[in-house]
Ligand binder design. Structure first.
Ligand code: FEO
Length: 405
């Protein structure tokens, strides 16, 4: 991939990963993902963030550095905003090619460089407010952004160009191809990117929403003209769009979520599914939109995305061997980890010879502080009275979602 100038003295070097691998070994990325690095040249040269040698990314990075008129061996400073291996995995190979470059990270970042890569020399710790003078009037300013995504994370800002190298913050799934800037994509492509930004946020960053808010407050003190994240589109025309989008996602921790309902369901022989149809009829009777995901058929990555944005949830599953339907247990565990808290929720489900899902469900969702609509359970096939109750509870959930702040 060619180096692309994004401002005087600054080039974007991006590698598209389209290998079919899972991101973090968990999350599907059918549209790929980009690993973005940046080269900043004053009298000295800084490379901001590395790559993991993944689907040819290291060779692409080397070619991009050459295209920008430098080479790996001539880089003076390697700035590592974040040590997760998608941005640092090639560090030992980099060090072998360039033993003299100073590696810059936060104190926690330097500790991770030592533990992951066993590198002990040529390391510099920086903290918020520290600067790096590259000469020729080009400076870099560092701002710690802990927990966006790991505790060691920082952002780097170039005041002369107004470029914020934000690392994971403001990133997205999705490979880029030959276009990298927000103004180069069609409205339809932006719709896809927005969905993938939210899916990336819920999968990767949502556990750290409070820290996202703090990071956004910090960068508000700078005049950001270009948001240059480590994954996805570079925002040069409307940088506030992605900042506002992340701000909204972080605010969903407290409320203001979409007044819609995410239905998560599993069914063994159709009895829970038939009951669910009565629930969704009740939801529709109140004019509330709903979206449905069946477990385990739909990957949890997508379920989390809708659960995170929706005010209401329906959890529909049968009892399975005295306990919950197993794939639902996995999804509920992720909802806790990713802070899908405070939702209005209706649980329904059938059982065969004996119930049991309720006990495990109640224990598992207790930390999520969900507001429960009275659940409905039944043996075998739902009779007419049960179906009527299911419809009414669906309508009740919809009313509560509409009334939410
Ligand atoms: Fe893109 Fe948290 O690494």
């Amino acid at each position: 991939m060619k180096a692309v100038s994004i401002a005087p003295h600054i080039w974007a070097l991006h590698s598209d990963v389209d290998s079919g691998d899972l991101f973090e070994g968990i999350w599907p990325i059918p549209g790929g993902v980009s690993l973005n690095s940046y080269l900043v040249k004053g009298e000295k040269t800084a490379l901001i963030d590395l790559v993991r040698d993944w689907d040819g990314a290291a060779a692409t990075l080397e070619a991009g550095v050459l295209d920008a008129g430098a080479d790996i061996a001539s880089i003076d400073f390697l700035v590592l905003n974040h040590i997760e291996p998608d941005h640092s995995g090639w560090l030992r190979e980099f060090r072998a090619k360039n033993p003299g470059a100073t590696i810059i990270a936060t104190a926690k970042g330097i500790e991770l460089v030592k533990s992951f890569y066993k590198i002990e020399e040529g390391l510099r710790v920086v903290k918020s407010g520290d600067t790096l003078d590259l000469g020729g009037g080009i400076n870099l300013l560092f701002e710690e952004a802990p927990n966006v995504h790991w505790p060691e994370t920082m952002m780097t800002y170039c005041p002369t160009a107004g470029v914020l190298f934000s690392c994971d913050a403001f990133g997205s799934y999705g490979k880029l191809g030959d276009r990298i800037f927000d103004d180069q994509f069609t409205p339809a492509e932006h719709v896809t990117y927005e969905k993938e930004s939210l899916r990336y946020y819920t999968n990767i960053v949502s556990s750290f929403g409070l820290f996202v808010k703090r990071a956004i407050a910090k960068i508000a003190t700078h005049q950001v003209k270009i948001v240059a994240p480590s994954h996805g589109v570079i925002w040069r025309t409307n940088p506030q769009t992605i900042i506002d989008r992340y701000s909204k996602y972080a605010s969903w921790l407290e409320g203001g979520r979409d007044k819609e309902i995410c239905v998560v369901w599993g069914s063994m022989y159709g009895n829970t599914e038939r009951g669910l149809k009565a629930v969704t009829a009740g939801i529709e009777s109140e004019g509330v939109k709903w979206v449905s995901h069946r477990v385990p058929n739909v990957d949890a990555s997508y379920i989390l995305t809708d659960a995170y944005r929706c005010e209401g949830l329906v959890i529909a599953m049968p009892t399975y061997e005295y306990r919950m339907f197993p794939p639902m247990a996995y999804v509920l565990d992720l909802m806790d980890r990713k802070h899908v808290w405070g939702r209005k929720v209706l649980r329904i489900g059938s059982w065969g010879w004996i119930g049991g899902a309720k006990k495990e469900y109640d224990e598992r969702v207790a930390p999520l502080k969900w507001e429960a609509v009275d659940p409905v359970e039944w043996a075998g096939a739902a009779d007419d009275a049960t179906l009527a109750k299911l419809r009414e509870q669906g309508a009740e959930l919809a009313r509560r979602v509409k009334a939410a702040l």
